[in-house]
Structure formats: C-alpha cells, structure tokens
Ligand binder design. Structure first.
Ligand code: SAH
Length: 354
C-alpha cells in the first residue's frame, strides 16, 4: 500500500488550512487560494496552482497531499438518481447518492463506514460499524460529484453512518461545504440527519449552522427504544427540547422529522395522535418515508392508503407533512439501503457518544 502522508488538504477547512500555512512559515491568506483551487476548480496537482510561489508549491508537495477515494462503481437509475460506491484506503466502501428533483439537486453523503446505532429497520445497521470517515473522505464525496460535472444545490448527511457520532470530522466538513471559497451552500441547503445523540446535537449547535433532520420513527419511548435503540440512552424528553433549542434563534427554521412507515408497527391513528402531541410547540416538518425493504427484514411498508391517512391527520393538526418519494430503488440507493462494504464488520464503537 502506498505510504500515506499525514495531511490531506481536502479535509481542511479555512481555519485548518490557515493554521497549516502558518505552521509552514507562510501567510494565512494562501488558505483562500488553495481552497479555491481544490474545491472550486477541482485541481489536485500542486504544480497547476499558479498563484502560489514555486517554493510554497514544493513545500505542499512534500508535506501534504490531496487524496481522493476511488470510484469503484457508478450506477444510474431510470429516475435520474445516481449512486457511487467509493473505496477508501483499507478496503472499506461507502456510498453517495445524487438525487435530482426539478431545480433541486441533492447529494446524500456518508459519514461513517457502517453504523453502530443498530436501528432495527436499517440495512446499514446490519453491516456493523467499521470506522469514522475523515473530514477529507466526507468532503471527497462532494468533490468527486462536482468534478464529474454535476451541480449541487443541496447536501444532506443522510447516507451511511451517524454524523453526530463523528463530530470531529463532520464539523470541518460542514464548514468546507458551506464556505464561499469552496462549495458555498447556505445553511438552509446543508442538512445533518441524526438518530438523536443529544449531547453532540447540543454541541453541533455551537459549532455549525446547518439544517437539522431527526430520525424520529416513533411517538413514544417504548416503541422508539425498539426501533432506534439510541433512544434508551437519550429518550424523547431529552431529544425534543434539544431539537427545539437547535432552531430557537431562527424563526424561519423548522426541524425536519423523518418517520419511516412500518406496517402495523408505528402507523396507526393513535400513533399519529401521539406524534401530534409530542411535537406541539416545536416548529416541524414531517417527512414520511415509505419503508424500503432489504433481504432478511421482517418489516413491511405501510399501504399507500395508510400513509396518506396518517399524513392527512398530521396536516389537519398543522404539521406540514410530505410522503418522501422513493428514489433509486432499483440500484439500492433508497433510504436505509446503503450498505457499502465493511472491511471488518465486527468492530463496534465502545460507546457511540462523544
Ligand atoms: N444516522 C442518520 C442518517 C442516516 S439514515 C439518521 O439516523 O438520521 C437516513 C434516513 O433513512 C434515516 O431517517 C433513517 O432512519 C432512514 N432509513 C433507514 N432505513 C430505512 C429503510 N429501510 N427504509 C426507509 N428509511 C430508512
């Protein structure tokens, strides 16, 4: 295997990049030039960075690198959705999904190889957990898709993994995705989706300004404990106030709740009523996600009629609710179908909280 240099510039945000230049004995403003070369122009060859001195280019060449994971598979679906499978060093594979929808083009990116949270209806969970992605590996997914010529209006951290279990890499990655010198996406166009790691959520609010999606899936603790086991550690009475606080300073903001529709499990009128009560006073938008089946699962998706009745009930109570279209199903690109390939699936985080 090729020996790895220590700093992959792809994962340094403006602050990190400035610190690097200072450490190399240069002015911090070079960070601006290099960010633009890498992220705006897609340049990975230091010799092409013509507004840097030759000496500085040589130093970057010696001490840093711009390393991009390899695309091992690119799969288009009939509806325009496209999935890329990327191979990281050490053989882990992760997946990114491009979802065009009219004017909006969204890239769904992964933040971990596998996932340790073990949600009972998610196929990524079946893979087990291998490791956190680095900031460079998270940003590389955006870099690659942009470099292939796709324009992106939105980025969602909703692929494989739990973003809030990987704060150290997710925070600089968000900062790069939002930086005008890189991808320049506004806080309304960058979304972090979490199963609800409450302390990390409270920390994220101080470190990043992003939109928040929360995988709710159940309106009470007893059921949520089964579907989303992290709920046993951070139950609804802690999660909901943390979500409310997250958007407290911006009155235009809402929490996007994700709710997977599982036949006979969480889809009754009574569940809808509980949900309405639970979310009272929290500015909310509900995304109902038809369950995407995968081999070996016992769950079934609620019928379209049940989903619509559930949705109508929420709408009548004033919660804007949409049923998410299933996209890219035939290429296994839909929610909960991303499995990648984990080099060692036996590894688990000793504890998933930061
Ligand atoms: N760990 C993060 C992000 C990854 S999951 C989180 O939990 O939010 C992205 C979304 O897909 C989550 O809402 C997740 O609960 C949902 N999902 C997982 N498996 C699914 C399945 N089989 N069918 C439909 N949605 C699923």
């Amino acid at each position: 295997m090729q020996q790895q240099k220590s700093v992959n510039l792809l994962g340094l945000d403006r602050k990190g990049m400035e610190a690097l230049f200072v450490a190399l004995g240069h002015k911090p403003f070079h960070a601006r030039q290099v960010l633009k070369w890498i992220h705006k122009h897609g340049v990975t060859d230091f010799t092409a960075m013509t507004d840097l001195s030759k000496a500085l280019r040589a130093q970057l060449q010696a001490h840093t690198e711009i390393r991009i994971p390899k695309i091992v598979l690119e799969q288009p679906a009939a509806d325009g959705t496209r999935k890329w499978v990327l191979e990281l060093a050490c053989g882990n594979r992760i997946e990114s999904v491009f979802i065009p929808d009219g004017e909006r083009t969204t890239l769904c990116i992964s933040t971990q190889a596998g996932c340790a949270l073990d949600c009972s209806f998610c196929s990524t969970a079946r893979q087990g957990f291998n490791r956190n992605l680095s900031a460079a590996e998270i940003v590389a997914q955006v870099w690659l898709v942009r470099t292939l010529g796709y324009s992106l209006t939105n980025v969602v951290m909703m692929g494989m993994g739990e973003p809030l279990a990987n704060m150290e890499a997710v925070v600089p990655a968000l900062s790069i995705i939002q930086d005008d010198l890189a991808y320049g996406l506004s806080k309304y166009r960058v979304t972090v989706s979490t199963a609800g790691i409450v302390p990390a959520l409270r920390r994220l609010r101080l470190l990043s300004d992003v939109s928040l999606a929360v995988s709710l899936h159940a309106p009470n603790n007893a059921l949520r404990d089964q579907l989303v086991p992290i709920n046993r550690k951070y139950p609804l009475e802690e999660l909901i106030p943390a979500c409310r606080d997250f958007i407290a300073e911006d009155r235009r903001r809402k929490i996007t709740w994700e709710y997977v529709m599982l036949d006979g499990v969480n889809d009754s009128d009574q569940h809808a009523r509980q949900l309405i009560r639970l979310l009272e006073g929290t500015p909310s938008k509900m995304n109902l996600i038809p369950f995407n089946p995968f081999p070996g699962t016992d769950y079934r998706c609620s019928s379209p009629e049940r989903i619509e009745a559930f949705r109508q009930r929420l709408m009548r109570s004033g919660i804007i609710s949409i049923t998410r279209k299933t996209r890219g199903e035939e290429i296994d690109a839909a929610c909960g179908q991303l499995v990648g390939r984990i080099a060692d699936r036996s590894r688990r985080l000793p504890q998933v909280v930061a």
